[in-house]
Write a protein that binds this ligand. Structure first.
Ligand code: ATP
Length: 524
């Protein structure tokens, strides 16, 4: 008997605790809602007035309650008036929860335990509304139900992620009238004045841009016909207009980058030439890294500002990475050149983060054969079109979001750091949008017979033979030879990596990377 009584009391206690918890949560949600809505705030003001009157004018309030009703009811009414603000907040909180319950019920969105996600509050961030839910439903299921959820909640969901813990799901939403357009033509007004800042297209909220000084390499993946070439050409065009030197690798004999592109840069159709160019760029990169470190600049812009020179930005574009790297079915004697090209590309991806040498690569079938870890891990900007296959999406974005993209030409996901944003890429048309450009492309260090190091940066001690030494405390010593060129004295830079093997070069560069070129991919 005692046992039964104990378990009954225990259940009642648990129920009371649950109810109290529910009440406190309701008040908390109500408070958060009220703080974002002036009408709710007014309501709180009014209920607070009731409460204050109950405290200061208790006798008057009691007199107003009819005496004919039982005393316990009179006291109940008085207490309710006293606690009016808290009850009001609870009711507001509950209203929200009920609405969401109904939404989830309508689409049958519930966990294995049969429970619907529990509304845990919302907040506003500019035009975005963040909704929080407590749920045992896995994030992947939320993502695959995106469209149904949008209909039920009457909003556009732009991001689905975990909140503070795995049970909390955070939806970043926009009112349903904010829609991503289905077609946006490229226009010169989207061209950014700042060198290296490129614009991809339009999201539900804004234009999507990124800065190559922070996120230097770009991967565009998507099934055939998704619009990869169009994005790549639009980025190429922006680089051309900003005065970059561009190399377009096209082993389909100029099908991707047609004749009209030859006036803007080199269209490379032969594997041997591609290797030569990549080799040159690896060398250029080594020079740049060294010079940047010497001058204590972090990127191309800083370098050009500090030296008042015009070192050029360089863009390497390849429409289909597989054409370049996929060795499947390639004859043994040809494999070597494939491997060499892959090696050079990997080196550039790894080491040219801040030197203004940027890689833009398209890929249709992102598998490890084509997209090696070495290359992929060093490409911070990932752009993915719709994939039927989850694995492809995982390889490119690290999540399966690309599977749920709507089937619209030019619709892509953009991912840098933890952000994945859906956008419509600009429609770029070669026939009507290419035109003559007149920009000074600037120089490359490897081209110049001598490199002029700014004199204010380098304490030079000249000897009779016009030889000089750079003395820099705490840094490795480097030689700079002063030579006369057409009556003018210049300092020529010796190969900074002379005598080092490739491992040592890489180690030296990694050290520089960590020391000088610490990039924050999340901050773009
Ligand atoms: N941003 C866009 N807006 C509207 N339509 C687009 C957009 N991008 C591409 N398209 C349409 O889709 C077609 C295919 O685009 P694109 O050639 O870029 O695809 P792709 O992914 O490169 O295909 P493939 O891998 O077969 O070369 C274009 O001819 C164009 O009609």
């Amino acid at each position: 008997m005692d046992k039964e009584l104990n378990s009954l009391l225990e259940s009642i206690l648990l129920l009371l605790i649950q109810m109290l918890k529910g009440f406190i949560m309701g008040v908390w949600h109500g408070l958060r809602k009220a703080l974002q809505n002036k009408w709710y705030l007014t309501g709180i003001g009014i209920t607070l007035v009731f409460s204050v009157i109950c405290i200061t004018e208790k006798a008057m309030v009691c007199r107003m309650i009819p005496e004919t009703i039982p005393e316990w009811l009179q006291q109940g009414i008085y207490l309710m008036l006293l606690a009016a603000p808290v009850i009001y907040l609870f009711l507001i909180g509950q209203t929200g929860q009920k609405n969401y319950d109904k939404c989830f019920e309508d689409i049958g969105f519930k966990g294995k335990n049969g429970k619907f996600p529990k509304y845990a509050g919302s907040s506003k961030e500019g035009k975005k509304i963040l909704l929080f839910f407590q749920s045992t439903i896995p994030l992947s299921e939320w993502r695959s139900s995106r469209e149904r959820l949008e209909t039920a909640l009457d909003c556009s969901i732009i991001k689905i992620e975990n909140g503070r813990n795995k049970r909390t799901v955070k939806l970043t939403t926009l009112p349903s009238d904010y829609k991503i357009p289905t077609m946006v033509k490229w226009s010169e007004e989207y061209l950014n004045d700042k060198n290296g800042v490129l614009t991809l297209g339009i999201s539900a909220l804004d234009t999507i841009s990124f800065n190559l000084n922070r996120v230097p390499h770009v991967l565009v993946a998507g099934e055939t016909g998704s619009g990869k070439s169009v994005i790549l050409r639009c980025l190429l065009w922006q680089m051309i207009e900003q005065g970059a030197r561009v190399y377009m690798i096209d082993f389909k004999g100029g099908v991707e980058f047609g004749k009209q592109y030859e006036q803007y840069g080199e269209v490379i159709t032969e594997r041997e030439r591609a290797l030569q160019v990549l080799d040159l760029l690896v060398r250029e990169n080594e020079y740049r890294l060294h010079v940047f470190r010497d001058l204590e600049v972090k990127n191309l812009d800083e370098y050009n500002k500090k030296t008042r020179q015009n070192l050029c930005r360089i863009g390497v574009f390849t429409d289909e990475l597989a054409e370049m790297l996929d060795k499947k079915g390639v004859a043994k004697e040809e494999k070597q050149i494939y491997e060499q090209i892959e090696g050079k590309l990997s080196t550039l991806a790894r080491l040219s983060r801040a030197t203004g040498i940027n890689l833009f690569m398209g890929v249709q079938r992102p598998d490890a054969n084509v997209l090696t870890g070495q290359i992929k891990n060093n490409i911070p900007v990932r752009i993915s079109g719709r994939f039927a296959d989850k694995t492809a999406s995982e390889i490119v974005l690290g999540n399966t979001d690309a599977v749920n993209l709507p089937d619209i030409k030019g619709r892509f996901l953009y991912k840098v750091g933890n952000e994945t944003i859906e956008f419509q890429s600009f429609y770029f048309d070669d026939e009507t949008m290419l035109h003559e450009v007149c920009v000074d492309q600037g120089e490359m260090l490897t081209e110049a017979p001598v490199y002029k190091v700014p004199e204010h940066k380098i304490p030079v001690r000249k000897n009779e033979n016009k030889k000089a030494e750079v003395v820099r405390s705490g840094r490795k010593e480097k030689k700079v030879t002063a030579v006369k060129t057409s009556g003018e004295e210049k300092n020529s830079y010796e190969d900074p990596f002379v005598g080092m093997n490739s491992r040592e070069i890489e180690e030296e560069m990694r050290r520089m990377d960590e020391e000088d070129l610490n990039l924050n991919f999340g901050d773009f």
